[in-house]
Ligand binder design. Structure first.
Ligand SMILES: [Zn+2]
Length: 570
């Protein structure tokens, strides 16, 4: 073919730690004479180059997280994020402008064009150093919280180690762990306040440089929120207050009775109320994979087939090992059009839940593989989490051994109740985190004084978080915003989880009527990638993009009924 680039067919052919490996291709795409005839080829080449560089970055990240003790892998990662990624961003800016000038009439490119136009419009060179400053501050926050350690029975424990004691059946142990954790956070109070004030100053400047009235407006644009407004978020908050908060209060009251307490205190919210030992569903990756495969095949044979491909092609690294990074994720290998799942399984139910969640993200990658350009395959975040959260719910009926899963009916019921209760108690907290940030960025002068942030957080906490008695811990309560990293590192990124959960609950509701149809719609919606708007993606999945009282009333009732049914098994 005339005028096409000889691009590497695999990342193995390039040294991805050096910008020079990619620069000539970007240069060629910038200079190539364009006409209506060769515009599509040019676009396909740019897509291939983007896939190459994204897959290279993903593999470098995966290798580093699988072995954090290997200095060479760490260096490769640093080279990529410090040299390759920023240069690629600058080089891409020029290609984005070329793409917009092409003004291709194709309808399938409409949203891609909208998104790229938005990125170009929002870009200001003078904001680049401000973002560097912000990531330094974010790093300082991480250092402070990562360094929080306390003496516990003669040993030093960090925050995540201390959090395990909140599951202890002995109430005095839980109380001591909670108070120890809170004293660590209050010890960092002044430093964290100072970090946030500095962040607010920088974010105000970022918005001003972009010619926008406040940082909320900037964040909505930057996150590509074209399908909903701050007012829609407020409608969601109000609906949560009216419908979900009373349901959460009912759950806390049930908890109070089961644990035979006078009141539920902040250290009583996590412990299991059935007094049964923790679930131990599997031992080792191959058992987890076999069980999950049987479950996923019950959800849908094609989805089960995708998961089998992942097992066969070594796209799963699921067991914890010394030197592995913490956490779990699903990464996309854009060029091969394959997902990769990483996690730290130790054989508990939480690991089963995480794998089903990440499998939903992985299915998104398989379903979008036939879309011709990489940008068309990326769905908005609000919908990406519908893919994963739906899979947790769709798979839940098959957790029992009789369906190929891991549990007795009583064990499966316990796991499912915990999951469903978690959905109810999460939404009010999500509303606090989101509403707090709406207040902060539209009252930025007041918010520069951390005392006002404390007061705003406290008012929202009292509005949404009822059912737990914080008497005597008012300072701990009003400084709760310190303990939510998103507020510092990813402003406004949180309501996505709430919206996606409402979408996932609707997919699950449909599956209770007709699983085959519901899963077919789910797969169809995933296969649209980013080629449709959020309301269209939700509609394709059989859900409405609506977050009002009537929607939440129906879904909360379904969750509460299902919990009541499951309780008969335990
Ligand atoms: Zn997810």
């Amino acid at each position: 073919m005339l005028n096409r680039l000889e691009l590497p067919e695999s990342v193995d052919e390039v040294d991805a730690t050096r910008w020079e490996s990619f620069a000539p291709f970007f240069e060629e795409l910038k200079e190539r004479p364009l006409s209506p005839e060769n515009a599509r080829d040019w676009l396909a080449d740019w897509s291939h180059l983007s896939e190459l560089i994204w897959e290279a970055g993903a593999l470098i990240y995966i290798k580093k997280s699988i072995d954090t003790t290997d200095k060479e892998k760490e260096q490769a990662f640093l080279d990529f994020i410090n040299n390759v990624a920023p240069q690629a961003q600058v080089a891409n800016q020029a290609l984005k402008q070329r793409f917009l000038m092409l003004d291709l009439p194709d309808e399938d490119l409409a949203l891609m064009k909208r998104d790229i136009q938005n990125e170009v419009d929002l870009f200001r060179p003078e904001n680049v150093p401000l973002f560097t400053e912000l990531s330094k501050l974010d790093n300082e926050y991480d250092k402070i919280t990562g360094g929080m350690k306390a003496e516990w029975d003669g040993e030093e424990k960090n925050l995540s180690q201390l959090s395990l004691y909140l599951y202890d059946q002995d109430r005095s142990v839980r109380e001591r762990a909670w108070k120890t954790t809170m004293s660590l956070w209050l010890g960092g109070r002044k430093e964290i306040n100072d970090i946030y004030t500095s962040m607010l100053q920088l974010r105000r400047q970022v918005a001003e440089n972009a010619g926008l009235s406040d940082y909320r407006e900037y964040a909505f644009r930057e996150k590509g929120r074209f399908d909903y407004t701050p007012e829609d978020c407020f409608v969601f908050h109000d609906a949560i207050e009216a419908v979900v908060v009373p349901a959460a209060e009912r759950l806390y009251e049930k908890r109070r009775q089961r644990l035979a307490l006078d009141v539920v205190r902040p250290w009583d919210t996590k412990v299991d109320t059935t007094n049964a030992p923790p679930l131990k569903p599997y031992q080792g990756q191959s058992e987890l994979v076999r069980g999950s495969l049987r479950i996923l095949e019950k959800v849908d044979p094609v989805l089960g087939g995708y998961f089998e491909i992942m097992a066969r092609e070594n796209l799963l690294d699921l067991d914890t090992r010394p030197g592995k990074a913490l956490g779990g994720y699903c990464s996309t290998l854009a060029l091969r059009k394959r997902p990769f799942i990483f996690m730290n399984g130790v054989g508990i139910h939480d690991n089963v839940q995480t794998l089903l969640h990440e499998a939903g993200h992985a299915f998104h990658v398989f379903e979008t593989a036939t879309l011709p350009l990489v940008w068309l395959r990326n769905a908005p975040m609000e919908f990406c989490e519908v893919a994963s959260m739906s899979m947790e719910l769709l798979a839940a009926p098959y957790l029992t051994k009789e369906h190929g899963g891991f549990y007795t009916p009583a064990e499966a019921a316990r796991a499912r109740i915990e999951h469903l209760e978690g959905i109810i108690t999460f939404l009010p907290y999500m509303a606090v985190v989101d509403a707090f940030q709406h207040w902060v960025y539209t009252h930025i002068d007041e918010a520069m004084n951390p005392d006002n942030c404390d007061a705003a957080w406290e008012a929202l906490w009292l509005r949404f978080m009822r059912g737990v008695d914080w008497t005597g811990f008012e300072t701990e309560r009003k400084t709760g915003w310190h303990r939510k990293p998103h507020i510092f590192s990813s402003p406004f990124y949180y309501i996505e989880y709430g919206m996606a959960q409402v979408g996932a609950l609707q997919v699950w509701r449909n599956s209770l009527q007709n699983q085959t149809e519901a899963v077919a719609a789910y797969r169809r919606a995933l296969s649209l990638g980013g080629t449709k708007t959020l309301p269209e993606l939700f509609a394709a999945a059989g859900a409405e993009f609506r977050f009002d009282k009537s929607m939440l009333t129906e879904l909360v009732a379904l969750v509460e009924e299902t919990i009541a049914e499951l309780e008969q098994f335990i």
